[in-house]
Design a protein around this ligand. Structure first.
Ligand SMILES: Nc1ncnc2c1ncn2[C@@H]1O[C@H](COP(=O)(O)OP(=O)(O)O)[C@@H](O)[C@H]1O
Ligand SMILES: [Mg+2]
Length: 208
């Protein structure tokens, strides 16, 4: 079978939405708990290993997911080989994925990976983060864990510049099922990053 005609559900156990995992956990709640633990460890590891010479490039971005989740998933850190949609949104076609990603990260490198924002106005930093976050959201490069990996990436860039991790407080799913981050992501698909900008601006706080 060509990799472009793979069943898009093949990373899940048959007839479920549970991703095939190395611990063979079949219960979504248990799996989410495991993911939560690994994500926390990932934050700790990458935070401790930030240095002046850290380049927030494509290799680093993939490595965030690989190192954080490889104990659980074979797909961790690898770009997807299947087309994916969520709701009415269809993310970047697989055949354009590598190239589009390279373009985004090339532009990002040209901006020195947003490493020079510690002394600039917060609004400018929020604008830039929102722009690139939207680009990566529309790319949706991984099979799974895109949201968490993308937020981890920008959280590390935020701390690099003397900010706390971005506080998404009411923006991620709330009690009543509202999810501002998803709404903002839907706008990202048409290149409108103003809702995302608002979320980032609200969530950026300088470290003491
Ligand atoms: N309908 C949608 N339109 C555009 N983007 C969406 C939509 N639904 C979800 N997303 C994006 O996809 C992300 C979730 O992708 P996923 O790979 O499942 O990551 P995670 O498991 O970490 O949440 C969300 O954080 C959001 O950015
Ligand atoms: Mg998910």
């Amino acid at each position: 079978m060509s990799k472009y005609t793979q069943d898009k559900n093949y990373i899940y156990y048959k007839n479920t939405n549970v991703p095939i995992n190395k611990l063979n956990i079949r219960d979504l709640k248990t799996l989410e708990e495991e993911e939560r633990k690994l994500l926390l460890e990932g934050y700790k590891y990458f935070h401790e290993n930030l240095t002046d010479s850290t380049a927030f490039d494509e290799i680093y971005f993939k490595e965030l997911q690989r190192k954080t989740f490889h104990k659980l998933y074979d797909f961790a850190g690898k770009y997807r080989t299947v087309n994916i949609s969520k709701g009415f949104s269809t993310f970047c076609q697989v055949r354009f994925l590598e190239q589009t990603s390279r373009e985004i990260f090339k532009k990002f490198a040209y901006e020195n990976y947003l490493k020079d924002y510690s002394t600039k106005p917060k609004e400018e930093f929020a604008n830039k983060i929102a722009y690139y976050m939207c680009e990566i959201i529309a790319l949706h490069p991984f099979f799974e864990l895109n949201g968490r990996t993308t937020r981890l990436f920008f959280d590390l860039i935020a701390t690099y510049n003397g900010y706390e991790y971005i506080d998404y407080q009411g923006a991620l799913e709330t009690e009543d099922g509202d999810n501002k981050f998803i709404k903002a992501s839907i706008d990202c698909m048409i290149g409108n990053d103003s809702q995302m900008n608002q979320i980032i601006l609200n969530g950026l706080k300088r470290s003491e």
